[in-house]
Ligand binder design. Structure first.
Ligand SMILES: C[S@@+](CC[C@H](N)C(=O)[O-])C[C@H]1O[C@@H](n2cnc3c(N)ncnc32)[C@H](O)[C@@H]1O
Length: 230
């Protein structure tokens, strides 16, 4: 049911590189799409990473995000509608129910669902195939272990168990790493990348301690990919 594969990237301290993992995730979602959907819903669309990677013609793209400043940076063409909305809110899906969608995407966002099960209930009410990528607890695994902190995110098993109740899908667990030239650069990335969802992974004392003791020159990421056929 689930397979694991390893991919490696290197962090380059240049503009745009802080989203290197999210970009890889969105690329993989697009590449694994079995068809070329023309009517698309993107939950947690952010500044449009996924939209920008679509290489076929789209008739309508609806992007939802609860951050107005992210939406401001999303490409806005005549076939794009951007909605300021919260995917934790079932009413949002009520509103979307009368629309036609061929596929629902969500890249690197649903790990922040308050209640993932309830979001899946809302998602299935749209009766649409989906391609979702959700970060899971193996993300920053060694870092959490060294600092003695519990991961913020759900485990991959938990995410798959919830999803299986609602969708007939293929699951893949991707393990990937991102290498850094220095520990300082690594911690700067954690702060700025958005992977920690704006929440503080470590306090100041823990960060200082870890900068000395973290044994790796890379960070670990774990992402569950969920692709439903129908
Ligand atoms: C790590 S970014 C990923 C953005 C984009 N999908 C990508 O692949 O680059 C996560 C996005 O999810 C959005 N987000 C998080 N929680 C949300 C919620 N409850 N409702 C809507 N958007 C949410 C954030 O504002 C952010 O833009």
């Amino acid at each position: 049911m689930s397979s694991a594969c390893h991919e490696f990237s290197r962090y380059a301290a240049e503009y745009g590189s802080r989203n290197v993992i999210q970009r890889l995730v969105a690329q993989k979602l697009i590449a694994s799409t079995p068809d070329q959907p023309k009517f698309i819903l993107d939950l947690g669309c952010g500044n449009g990473t996924l939209y920008s990677l679509i290489d076929w013609e789209v008739e309508r793209f609806v992007g939802i995000d609860f951050s107005a400043s992210m939406l401001e940076h999303h490409p806005a063409t005549s076939n794009v509608e951007l909605i300021l909305g919260d995917f934790n809110d079932p009413e949002l899906f009520e509103r979307l129910r009368n629309e036609r969608f061929d596929r629902i995407y969500s890249a690197s966002a649903l790990q922040w669902a308050d209640d993932l099960e309830s979001v899946f209930k809302s998602l299935t009410s749209l009766n649409t195939p989906m391609s979702l990528a959700i970060f899971t607890a193996g993300t920053f695994k060694t870092l959490h272990k060294c600092a003695g902190v519990t991961p913020l995110l759900r485990s991959s098993d938990e995410v798959i168990a919830i999803a299986e109740k609602y969708v007939d899908a293929q699951f893949e667990v991707l393990h990937t790493t991102l290498e850094f030239d220095s520990v300082r650069e690594m911690f700067r990335y954690i702060k700025r990348s958005g992977v920690s969802g704006g929440r503080r992974v470590l306090d100041f004392a823990q960060t200082k301690q870890l900068m000395v003791t973290y044994p790796l020159n890379y960070l670990e990421f774990e992402i569950v990919f969920i692709t439903s056929i129908a």
